[in-house]
Write a protein that binds this ligand. Structure first.
Ligand code: FCB
Length: 411
């Protein structure tokens, strides 16, 4: 049986500046990647060269039949030196926004996706007393180019960002972004964020929303939903685990214009905390458990915690070298999402992570893309899964059938 989605539901694909643009040289991550002895397995380097090839990316999105594109504006490009705004960088991002609008694509614009300017980090990062004022000033600088944008995400995954910031602060040497730990244990096993960083991010989000709201723009933030599940009756431990890592960030979004849900896998919590992925469980290239049910569960959890706040799925996908497995995962995730919508949850769209095989914070190996990118020529190759998702978008419905049957023949 075919599963239909609501009229006007957005279907899109996502990426972020540091992961696709290339040469994000004024950012904190670039500094980490390029320092001698860096623990990052690979450097981002030229990434997918989307800073120059963004129109190719948009053409692909439109050609597939998708209707939305999520990307991020890079603070380190807009303000490479404190207080010095690059009008050329702003003009670039305005061209990308107009490129979306001209193609009939709804732009979903993220203002902060993990990376900050290196100067911001050197000046104390989110723990500096100036951090919120600095972020507000950046948001103000971006306001003039956001005309016509209906979806602005202030900060991507503040919960993940806060956990990584805490590792950097505690570890002292600032190596890695925590993705290595995450690969082993899944996101939820990271240490709880420093509450001071969490508070600063919440304040930065509110400051950004004030500025955006005064300009008539709708905004929200996106939270990494980790599907914490109580194992063997560890309900209290689950709740205690989830509060600093997820719930407090969801609660900040009460009253926002929307909440971005991002879900990939689950994390089981026992009496001692996060449990490893069970022996023998099916895993993805990031080491996470293959768990398509993550999306429907995350949407239900978010809706219960934030009644009345519309939901946009801003990320969901799977790192796999087997493209048929991507369809299988996405079909499962969309079936779960459909069930949540059928139960009355207000979900406005689904943005797949990611459009491109891009830089996955330390490595190009975990391929999340609907589209492959040649690491030398940057040539894009659309994968069958992309056409499959485009077909779902055009039909506004998930077709019946199994993933592998749908893959052949590919039209
Ligand atoms: C999320 C990030 C995104 C990407 C996916 C796999 O945590 O927001 O940039 O790395 O995970």
């Amino acid at each position: 049986m075919e599963l239909s989605f609501p009229e006007g539901f957005l279907w899109g694909a996502a990426g972020s500046a540091h992961q696709i643009e290339g040469n994000n040289v004024a950012s904190d991550l670039w500094a980490l990647e390029n320092r001698p002895g860096s623990v990052m397995r690979e450097r981002s380097g030229d990434a997918c060269d989307s800073y120059h090839r963004w129109h190719e990316d948009l053409d692909i999105v439109r050609g597939l039949g998708l209707t939305a594109y999520r990307f991020s504006v890079e603070w380190a490009r807009v303000e490479p030196v404190e207080g010095q705004i690059s009008l050329a960088a702003l003009a670039h991002y305005r061209r990308v926004i107009e490129g979306c609008l001209e193609r009939g694509l709804t732009p979903v614009v993220t203002l902060h996706h993990f990376t900050s300017p290196f100067w911001f980090q050197l000046a104390g990062g989110w723990l500096s007393g100036e951090a919120v004022a600095r972020f507000r000033r950046y948001v103000r600088a971006v306001l003039p180019i956001l005309d016509g944008v209906e979806w602005v995400c202030t900060i991507n995954e503040p919960n993940m960002l806060a956990m990584v910031a805490s590792i950097m602060n505690q570890g002292g040497n600032g190596e890695g972004d925590g993705r290595e730990e995450r690969a082993e244990n899944a996101a939820g096993a990271l240490p709880a964020p420093d509450p001071a960083v969490a508070d600063a991010l919440a304040a930065a989000h509110r400051a950004a929303r004030e500025e955006l709201g005064a300009a008539g723009l709708k905004s929200g933030w996106t939270v990494a939903n980790q599907n914490f599940e109580a194992d063997g009756g560890a309900e209290a431990e689950r709740d205690a685990w989830a509060w600093p890592r997820e719930d407090r960030f969801l609660d900040v979004a009460a009253g926002d214009d929307f909440i971005g849900v991002q879900a990939y896998t689950r994390v089981r919590i026992g009496p001692e905390g996060a449990l490893p992925v069970p022996e023998g469980a099916r895993r993805t290239l990031t080491g996470w458990e293959f768990y398509p049910q993550a999306l429907g569960n995350a949407v239900r959890y978010t809706a219960a915690r934030l009644p009345g706040v519309p939901i946009l799925v801003t990320e969901n996908g799977v790192a796999t070298a087997d493209d048929a497995e991507r369809v299988e995962y996405t079909r499962g995730a969309l079936a779960g999402l459909h069930g949540a919508i059928a139960d009355g949850i207000d979900v406005r769209g689904y943005l797949h992570w990611s459009l491109l095989d891009n830089y996955e914070w330390g490595s190009y190996r975990p391929t999340f893309g609907l589209v492959a990118v040649d690491r030398e020529t940057f040539a894009r190759t659309v994968k069958p899964s992309a056409r499959w998702l485009g077909g779902v978008a055009r039909a506004g419905a998930l077709p019946a059938g199994t993933a592998r049957e749908e893959m052949s023949p590919v039209g």
